[in-house]
Design a binder for this molecule. Structure first.
Ligand SMILES: Cc1cc2nc3c(=O)[nH]c(=O)nc-3n(C[C@H](O)[C@H](O)[C@H](O)COP(=O)(O)OP(=O)(O)OC[C@H]3O[C@@H](n4cnc5c(N)ncnc54)[C@H](O)[C@@H]3O)c2cc1C
Length: 342
């Protein structure tokens, strides 16, 4: 089966890998358009979210699949893209500390959450007065490295189409391909083959920082309060992110920069330089579930999108799910079916 995947973010990269492994002849089109979320994301997989530290949707199912697929991808590409990293959670208010302690005693949270006495390698960089929790079974997927290496992998196999695919040309592309899958991130809101989907795109920004203290280079753990700081190699740290549901462009803004700096100020007692400031748009859906399935406007045209704030965790599981639909006509889970009742 000959398949054209449109968009080489984390969604399109993982899906093409899975489709190719299943035996398809896969081509990937990438237009290098501004605003891509995967190019600016930290790629973090965090088992618990929110003020109450609730385990993320179907985490126990998705995480093993993510670990397996990213491990296979790194074997194929010959570089590390899967990086297990714990998260040091800063706890400040009594309410936060109570919620944390309560969660730690629940059996299904035991392998994820624990209380720790010290901030370890972060100690000299953090403000005093916090207590600490530790989030295990977290990880970081190195999005930029993965996408860059996958780009070259496709180039070598002559499977990369370096252009923006226009919607009007889709019928023409269908004369050359058996299936087309759109993985175009936030641009899907304009896709005429999947009209009227309840998108709620969320622009986000982040900073890349470098601490003055050399000891920071040895840190191999993320730290989180409202914002998150993650070591990303070469002594650099990703810090962010922000959320904007209304925006005029895809560019980094002074407003969001100062928001992130304020959040860092709440956590850090350390000097740092800002090395870069980036922005992208998350393909977020109102009900926070992905979109998978075939167009009702044109047969053999599919969507793989809506990865929202959790592309690193969700892409592998749902890529295998869509592959099972395309190759074996397995039904799509109603929770993520693109035509689900809303
Ligand atoms: C600041 C920020 C921080 C984040 N942090 C995390 C995190 O820590 N962990 C996590 O899991 N997620 C995180 N996310 C969310 C994550 O980035 C997304 O879930 C994921 O990147 C979405 O990937 P995607 O492939 O669907 O879309 P995108 O990354 O937007 O990729 C779409 C690609 O399609 C291409 N394209 C679009 N239309 C066409 C066309 N017609 N022809 C050819 N090419 C086309 C674009 O150029 C782009 O490269 C973050 C997002 C932001 C903005």
């Amino acid at each position: 089966m000959k398949i054209l995947v449109i968009g080489q973010g984390i969604g399109g990269s993982v899906l093409s890998f899975v489709l190719e492994r299943a035996g398809a002849d896969v081509y990937l089109a990438e237009g290098n358009l501004p605003g891509s979320a995967s190019r600016v994301a930290a790629g973090i997989i965090n088992p618990v979210t929110g003020k109450r530290f609730v385990k993320s949707w179907r985490f126990d199912e998705f995480y093993p699949v993510a670990r397996r697929i990213y491990t296979e991808i790194q074997q194929t590409l010959g570089l590390q893209v899967w990086e297990p990293q714990s998260i040091l959670r800063l706890l400040q208010t009594p309410e936060e500390q109570n919620n944390w302690s309560a969660r730690c005693t629940q059996p299904d949270y035991e392998s994820y959450l624990s209380e720790v006495e010290s901030a370890g390698a972060w100690t000299t960089l953090l403000k005093k007065g916090f207590s600490y929790g530790l989030i295990s079974n977290a990880a970081r997927v190195r999005f930029p490295e993965l996408m860059e290496a996958y780009h070259h992998y496709l180039l070598n196999k002559e499977r990369l189409i370096s252009q923006q695919i226009k919607y009007v040309d889709i019928p023409q592309w269908l004369t050359k391909f058996d299936r087309i899958v759109f993985c175009e991130g936030f641009r899907a809101s304009e896709n005429p083959y999947f009209p009227d989907l309840p998108w709620q795109m969320a622009k986000g920004e982040a900073l890349l920082i470098r601490f003055h203290q050399n000891s920071a280079n040895a840190i191999a753990q993320m730290v989180k309060k409202t914002s998150l700081i993650a070591p990303v190699g070469d002594g650099l740290f990703w810090a962010g992110g922000s959320y904007q549901w209304h925006y005029d462009d895809y560019n980094p803004s002074e407003g969001e920069k100062s928001y992130i700096l304020q959040r860092l100020e709440e956590m850090l007692d350390a000097k740092f330089d800002i090395v870069d400031h980036v922005a992208g748009v998350r393909p977020t859906v109102k009900d926070r579930r992905p979109f998978l399935g075939e167009s009702r406007m044109l047969s053999n045209v599919f969507i793989f999108n809506g990865l929202g704030t959790k592309g690193a965790l969700l892409a592998p599981y749902w890529a295998e799910h869509l592959a099972a639909n395309i190759f074996e006509s397995q039904p799509i889970d109603p929770e993520v079916e693109v035509h689900r009742n809303r």
